[in-house]
Design a protein around this ligand. Structure first.
Ligand code: PLP
Length: 421
């Protein structure tokens, strides 16, 4: 209650903006992950790896727009490209010079993507991948994972949502090789696809075990089921994508977040024989419209970011800093004997207030949410912008200085609550 009161006193203008927005937006909100009690901060600007808010505070940005902010704020090369687009028209109604180049760069970099199509969000990319799998296999069901998150209506915490209704899902447990193998065999003739993140992001930053991924690849191949890797978040964990890192070739891969250079973006790609069904000149082509599929801001900003900013060296450096942050936080928790841990890979991680091993979202389902809430507000009060669910994502402009400062602040938080944590 004390932390909450301090937060409310420090953020009067954000509170007022939130109250005003409630008149037209349900709960003042149009993005579920951006809500937290008593009200979220209203952001007004960003520079490098910092953001500022309506009450005049500046924060180091460890939300990084849930991984879409990989380039940081106003990267000079991407900003110059966006200005160029803004000066030459942006609803032109035809192919533009950037979409083919961005597609080629994606195909050249990611081993499982032989062809790719663009859309407007990760959600749409996954809906397209699932619908494609159903169309090419002639089967209806999809195997997904408890606690998985694949976008707006594809949210599977606690057994799914009423919004999942258009698709018949079967749910498996992440990293449960025996259980999932049995499920696939039982439903082999009805399953169009198995969809998963090879490193769960929203589900709690939990990596798949290599033998779990290998078992899924073998079982789906045997039964003619398409294996879909949702790499909307995870692609940034290695220069060749997560599937490139683990050496497994899914049939379809979905992308999103940072690949539009910070503009709206989604993509689905994979095997040429599947994607070529979308060639409009081919017989019985799958139609896939979308006014903004090739919107020029996303295509141009995406191309510049992907080819000029996201070098292998820059990505490795950021993921290395992420490993240091995660290891550092775990060391601080360990020396203080707090029953909590930080999971994840490279530059994406999640704090969980549970002491037992975390192998799937089932393992964190019963964690007391009050600890994360306290942590979030206390970190915000100390100038570190973090998510309500304990997720942390790094961005390219970050340096060792931000990591060291975050660890100092985290230690200070832990020491302040040592008696109760
Ligand atoms: N898939 C994963 C793994 C995601 O983390 C997200 C977004 O957080 C999505 C899909 C949905 O992407 P979008 O928010 O662009 O619709």
């Amino acid at each position: 209650a004390e932390t909450r009161a301090k937060y409310q006193r420090a953020n009067a203008q954000s509170a007022e903006r939130h109250e005003g927005a409630k008149r037209a937006l349900p709960g003042g909100n149009t993005r579920a992950v951006m809500f937290y009690e008593p009200f979220p901060l209203t952001l007004t600007g960003g520079r490098g790896c910092t953001v500022s808010d309506l009450d005049g505070h500046t924060y180091v940005d460890f939300v990084s727009e849930y991984t879409a902010g990989l380039y940081g704020h106003s990267n000079a090369k991407i900003a110059a490209m966006i200005k160029q687009v803004a000066d030459s028209g942006w609803v032109l109604g035809g192919p533009n010079p950037y979409e083919g180049r961005l597609a080629q760069a994606v195909v050249d970099r990611y081993p499982a993507i032989e062809r790719v199509r663009f859309c407007n969000s990760g959600t749409e990319a996954n809906l397209m991948a699932l619908s494609t799998a159903r169309a090419v296999t002639g089967r209806a069901k999809i195997l997904a994972f408890e606690g998985g998150y694949h976008g707006g209506i594809l949210t599977f915490a606690h057994g799914g949502s009423p919004l999942n209704a258009p698709y018949p899902f079967i749910f498996g447990h992440y990293n449960d090789i025996a259980g999932v193998t049995a499920l696939i065999r039982e439903h082999a003739g009805e399953l169009a696809a198995v969809i998963l993140e090879p490193m769960m992001g929203g589900g709690g930053c939990i990596a798949a075990k290599p033998d779990f991924l290998a078992a899924l690849r073998a079982e789906t191949a045997k039964a003619g089921i398409l294996l879909i890797f949702d790499e909307v978040m995870a692609s940034r964990l290695s220069y060749r994508g997560y599937h490139g890192k683990v050496g497994i070739k899914p049939d379809l891969v979905t992308l999103g977040k940072y690949i539009g250079g910070g503009c709206s973006f989604g993509a689905f790609g994979g095997r040429a024989d599947i994607l070529d069904r979308f060639d409009p000149a081919s017989p019985n082509a799958f139609g896939h419209g979308g006014t903004f599929n090739n919107n020029i801001f996303s295509m141009a900003a995406g191309f510049t970011g992907f080819t000029e900013v996201l070098t292998e060296e820059a990505l490795d450096r950021m993921n290395g800093l992420g490993d240091d942050l995660r290891n550092g936080m775990n060391a601080l928790l360990g020396t203080r004997n707090v029953a909590a841990q930080v999971t994840g890979v490279g530059s994406i991680m999640n704090l969980h207030f549970v002491g037992h091993p975390v192998r799937s979202p089932d393992d964190v389902e019963h964690a007391d949410p009050r600890w994360l809430h306290l942590w979030q507000l206390e970190m915000l009060l100390r100038g570190q912008y973090v998510t309500p669910r304990g997720m942390i994502a790094l961005s390219l402009p970050m340096t060792r200085a931000e990591i060291v400062a975050f660890l100092d602040v985290f230690a200070d938080f832990l020491d302040g609550y040592r008696s109760i944590l």
